[in-house]
Design a binder for this molecule. Structure first.
Ligand code: SAH
Ligand code: SF4
Ligand code: F3S
Length: 443
């Protein structure tokens, strides 16, 4: 009987895709997937440390395995991802959870097979974290779990050191993947039937700026979008300090690039943006939205916002509300600032009290929800193209997204996953849309 693996993933799309790479390694070693932890021979936690609650979540889930590990001493427990890469965190993990067998980092993911083999040969736990990024390693066989979407890394790491953010410390400096490797991967995915390609990087607009690729992001995007076939192209994340018209011109030329830009603003106040080391102003941000909409009037923007950053006054917060109203985002991810050890912001004076943070996040969520609800209402009566992603057992409905990321549910008498369909939207509920399949709408 073959051995079984179970992977628990926290954090962003980057991590979701890295779990697919981990799954690829484990399958090559002969493991098969199981949904049940109790059935597993190896459980891998792919962790995130972007905010304290992401870490607590992982701590809780790892801690819960103590009993299982006692009952099943041969079960291997491996912890990787951004948390293990944090300075001093492996010691914390070792102390808290002495039953962990293997720890690896984001910078030596490809070594997992060797670490597992090493662990099988010794009683002692195996902890190997690489401190500095090496050359980019190509993964031949990620085991993809997000059909019809496929995640494709275009770069790794981050050079921006936003003052609140731990990512540059746990992901290393920016490295751009070679264009031919990216383009060949996308061609292969399209040939295999993937219908949506999402190009991934912490700041895609700085692709190639490390001078190793001979291509800018706009040029890369064009090369990807000019691959034959019916599929969508998405990219994330764009950084407002580097987002530019060249990218929008490429979007204009290729309808298969979704008219959606994820452009995290973080704050609407110039003094907070400066303290965050974001290197743009609200005026520059407005200018970019205007440029985008003047070329692509139907384009939508999504964003990330942090409230309760050190020194944030009520006035600063209201500037954020004002920006949110003016930009009219398709959706916004909102976060309470969480101090991360080792970052500049964690050392700043005037950290904001929890009460004030809570109050601001509640007001902001309310505002964002009302705007996104209003946007959903506008869909009613319209016909939209949806890429069907999944079947919701509870609702008994298929679901998918339009190019702006809006979720649409519909009834269908055959398995529509992976098909582009036309829906007439009949009802909106919060951010979800419900629609009727149009006759002969399969595209
Ligand atoms: N590279 C992307 C986002 C990476 S992290 C960018 O530059 O926008 C995703 C989001 O998490 C960020 O956009 C930010 O809004 C949020 N985030 C990062 N660090 C945080 C912290 N310490 N506290 C709260 N939110 C944080
Ligand atoms: Fe973090 Fe800023 Fe880099 Fe994004 S750009 S990952 S927020 S440091
Ligand atoms: Fe992503 Fe979390 Fe790491 S957001 S890059 S998994 S710290």
């Amino acid at each position: 009987m073959s051995k079984k693996y179970h992977i628990v993933t926290y954090g962003c799309q980057m991590n979701v895709h890295e779990s697919e790479k981990i799954a690829g390694i484990l399958r090559r070693m002969g493991y098969e997937e199981t949904k049940e932890k109790e059935d597993s021979d190896i459980i891998v936690f792919n962790t995130c440390c972007i905010r304290e609650n992401a870490e607590n979540h992982a701590f809780g889930n790892i801690g819960a395995l103590k009993k299982l590990k006692k009952q099943k001493p041969d079960l291997l427990i491996a912890v990787g991802g951004c948390m293990t890469q944090e300075k001093g965190k492996t010691d914390v993990l070792k102390k808290k959870f002495p039953f962990i067998d293997i720890m690896f980092g984001t910078l030596n993911l490809e070594e997992l097979e060797r670490l597992i083999i090493k662990k099988r040969q010794q009683k002692k736990k195996v902890i190997e974290i690489r401190e500095k990024e090496g050359e980019i390693v190509e993964f031949p066989d990620p085991y993809r779990t997000s059909y019809p979407n496929a995640w494709v890394n275009i770069m790794y790491g981050c050079n921006n050191f936003c003052s609140y953010c731990i990512v540059p410390y746990v992901r290393g400096r920016e490295r751009s993947r070679k264009p031919e490797n990216i383009i060949n991967e996308v061609k292969k995915l399209v040939a295999e039937g993937y219908k949506e390609i999402t190009l991934l990087g912490q700041n895609v607009n700085s692709y190639g700026l490390d001078n190793t690729t001979g291509m800018t992001f706009a040029e890369l995007l064009e090369s990807v979008a000019s691959i034959e076939g019916k599929f969508r192209v998405r990219f994330m994340t764009s950084h407002p300090k580097d987002f530019n018209e060249d990218v929008v011109k490429v979007m204009e030329k290729y309808p298969k690039i979704c008219r959606l830009v994820h452009l995290p603003v973080q704050s609407g106040s110039n003094s907070i943006l400066q303290a965050m080391n974001r290197r743009y102003t609200r005026e520059k941000y407005f200018g970019e939205i205007e440029m985008l909409k003047s070329r692509l009037p139907k384009a939508e923007v999504t964003t990330d916002i942090i409230v309760g950053f050190p020194e944030e006054t009520e006035e600063d917060y209201l500037q954020t509300e004002d920006l949110v109203k003016k930009v009219d985002f398709a959706s916004a991810f909102t976060f309470v600032y969480s101090p991360r050890q080792g970052t500049k912001a964690a050392e700043m004076e005037n950290q904001i009290s929890e009460d004030v943070q809570k109050d601001r996040i509640m007001r902001l969520v309310e505002l964002v929800n009302s705007l996104t609800r209003a946007k959903s209402e506008k869909y009613v009566g319209k016909i939209v193209e949806i890429l069907c992603e999944d079947y919701d057992e509870k609702k008994g409905l298929y679901l998918g997204r339009d190019e702006f990321g809006r979720m649409g549910y519909f009834k269908c008498d055959h398995n529509a996953v992976g098909e582009f369909v036309l829906l007439k939207i009949t009802r909106a509920n919060g951010i979800s849309l419900f629609g009727e399949l149009q006759d002969d709408s399969r595209l």
